[in-house]
Each structure stands twice: as structure tokens, then as C-alpha cells.
Write a protein that binds this ligand. Structure first.
Ligand code: FAD
Length: 296
């Protein structure tokens, strides 16, 4: 008799976890359970996992550290592949560094500065993975990973290959290297020699984060993309919404660009607040706010 995929996944991937609350896998700390969670330990295992779910036609989603996602209260009835740990240490070759997609971006930024390089110092403090940063073209304080990303090793349409980054592959908080189109297995970044300012810049950026961002409460960072010519936080504050709450979701008192979970928020609370903020800002200022967070 043919084995069901739910039985087979357990025999093929003995480490698979069942019914894991998405609130434990995402920085927003909301969401129901993911039916199966795989945490591959090697590139081969990621490829095997993707081939497995595709062969059975099972829904699947890829997550890094889950710091830019809003997970449904209904959970995820499929396979969640969690790629949030490095398969190997960064490999330095002159000013180039090749790094695993599961590496912490903040740890990498610190490591590069310690070794006398510049390029990542402004991105220190972004709490995701390098793969997640490539997918989102993460950036802060004038720096963006796209500025130094030269090549990516992608798992795409069943093939695993390095590809050069071309003009147009990355834009503001978007990239061609994002799940479900592709999985970033590794990235090659081009740094430059530190001119002596990297450590101080990194400290300043971290200080600004601590000063301005509600780091004591769960969130997914900036909830909305920056609308051209405006700042989302300033528009939201101007509409009197700072501190506005729906259930356990609140427009942060510290930074109106962040929606935070004050303790018992559900995805429904966060979604209702996102809609309310969008509607209010549109009505009062005419500006459309587009969510930056991805949904599961
Ligand atoms: C307190 C806080 C501060 C933040 N500050 C910033 C900031 O200053 N600037 C900024 O840009 N962002 C910021 N963020 C948002 C978030 O940290 C970034 O977007 C980060 O790059 C997401 O990485 P991740 O590993 O958590 O990705 P996830 O949230 O796990 O995933 C995000 C998206 O990327 C996809 N993805 C993840 N890994 C891969 C991969 N290897 N290959 C292909 N697709 C992949 C996922 O499928 C999903 O669609 C902040 C978040 C928090 C909570």
C-alpha cells in the first residue's frame, strides 16, 4: 500500500517536529501551529526536503529567523522549512566573504568589522538571517545588503547554482532571490577595507535602534514599507494613532512605524490594526501604506 506523505515525512526525516506553534518561530509571537517543521542540517538536506514536498504536492513555506512575518492564527497545514542556522562559518577570500543563508546577519556584521572590513556595519541589529536579508533586501541607516551582494547560490526549479546579481534583481525591500521563487543557500558579499570608522558606525546604529525602536516587545520590525517621499511612522503619528490598540496589538508608543504585541495579540488583532492604520492614513493623508511583513 502507498504510504501517505504524513507517514513518509517522519520516516525520511526523523528529526521532523509536529504541531509547532508559529508564535515560537516568529518574532511577532503570534500564530497557530505549523503541522510539520523541518530544520535541515545541510544543504543536501534542504534540497531533499524541497524535493520531498514537491514530489507529494505538499504545501510548504521557508522561514529564516521569522523576523519579518505575520503567521495566521489558523496555523500552517503543511511543511515549514526553517533555515536559520549556519551550515558553515563564513569563508573569507580577500574582501569577499561567502556565507551560508542561515547565518545571523548581525553576527556576520560583527565578525566582518572585527576582521577589519566595512560594508555591513549599518545592518548590525537586523535580527534575521543572511538569506532573509537577501530575500527582503534588508537595510538600515543608508545601507542595504543589495549594495554589497555579488553572487547568490540559489535553489530554484530543482537546480542548485550560483548566479551573479544583476541590475534590477534587488529594489526597496524586494528581491528576485526570495521564496517561493528561490531559496538562497549561500551569498557572496564584497566588502572593503575598514577606513577606521566601521566600529563606531556600528555602535551608533545599534544605539539609534535601542533609542528609537520598541525592542522590548515582540514585533516584525517596521510594519509598513516606506511610501515614496514619506516616512510611515511619521504619517501614522500625524494621524494620532501612536499607542492605538486592537486587542493585544498596538501601534508602538515608542515608534509608530512598528506594530507590537503587548502580550496576548492574535494574528487577527494585528491584521485588524494593519487595516485600520492603512484606512486611517489613506483617508487623512491620501497615502497608501503597503505592509512590509510577509504572511504565512
Ligand atoms: C526588531 C526588528 C527590527 C528590524 N529592523 C529591520 C531593519 O532595520 N531593516 C530591515 O530591512 N528589516 C528589519 N527587520 C525585519 C527583518 O529582520 C528583516 O526583513 C530580515 O532580513 C528578515 O530575515 P529573516 O531570516 O527573519 O526572514 P523571515 O522573516 O524568516 O522571512 C522573510 C521572507 O524571506 C523569505 N526567506 C527567508 N529566508 C530565505 C532564504 N534563505 N531564501 C529565500 N527566501 C528566504 C521568507 O520565505 C519570507 O518570505 C526588523 C525586524 C525586527 C523584529
Amino acid at each position: 500500500m502507498k504510504m501517505l506523505w504524513k507517514d513518509q515525512i517522519v520516516s525520511e526525516f526523523p528529526g521532523v517536529e509536529r504541531n509547532v506553534p508559529l508564535s515560537e518561530l516568529t518574532s511577532f509571537r503570534v500564530g497557530g501551529a505549523a503541522r510539520f517543521v523541518l530544520r535541515p542540517q545541510s544543504y543536501e538536506e534542504i534540497k531533499r526536503a524541497v524535493a520531498f514536498v514537491k514530489s507529494f504536492g505538499v504545501p510548504f513555506v521557508l522561514l529564516g529567523k521569522g523576523t519579518n512575518v505575520l503567521a495566521s492564527d489558523a496555523g500552517y497545514d503543511g511543511v515549514l522549512i526553517r533555515f536559520d542556522a549556519p551550515m558553515h562559518a563564513p569563508i573569507y577570500d580577500g574582501v569577499r566573504v561567502t556565507v551560508c543563508g542561515g547565518t545571523s546577519l548581525t553576527q556576520l556584521a560583527r565578525d566582518t568589522v572585527k576582521r577589519g572590513f566595512m560594508g555591513l556595519e549599518r545592518l548590525c541589529g537586523i535580527p534575521g538571517t543572511v538569506g532573509g536579508a537577501c530575500a527582503m533586501n534588508a537595510g538600515a541607516y543608508g545601507g542595504e545588503i543589495g549594495q554589497i551582494l555579488r553572487r547568490v547560490r540559489l535553489l530554484k526549479n530543482g537546480t542548485d547554482a550560483w548566479t551573479d546579481v544583476r541590475d534590477g534583481d534587488l529594489g526597496y525591500r524586494r528581491s528576485a532571490f526570495s521564496f517561493p521563487d528561490a531559496i538562497v543557500l549561500e551569498a557572496e558579499l564584497e566588502l572593503c577595507a575598514d577606513d577606521g570608522s566601521a566600529a563606531e558606525t556600528m555602535r551608533d546604529c545599534m544605539e539609534k535602534r535601542r533609542e528609537k525602536q520598541p525592542l522590548d516587545l515582540p514585533s516584525a520590525g517596521s510594519t509598513f514599507k516606506r511610501p515614496e517621499g514619506y516616512f510611515a511612522g511619521a504619517l501614522i503619528e500625524q494621524c494620532g494613532l501612536k499607542g492605538y490598540s486592537i486587542g493585544g496589538a498596538q501601534v508602538s508608543q515608542k515608534h509608530a512605524g512598528f506594530i507590537v504585541n503587548t502580550g496576548n495579540a492574535t494574528e487577527a488583532d494585528v491584521s485588524a490594526l494593519i487595516r485600520f492604520v492603512q484606512d486611517t492614513v489613506k483617508e487623512r493623508t491620501g497615502v497608501n501604506l503597503e505592509p512590509e511583513v510577509k504572511r504565512i
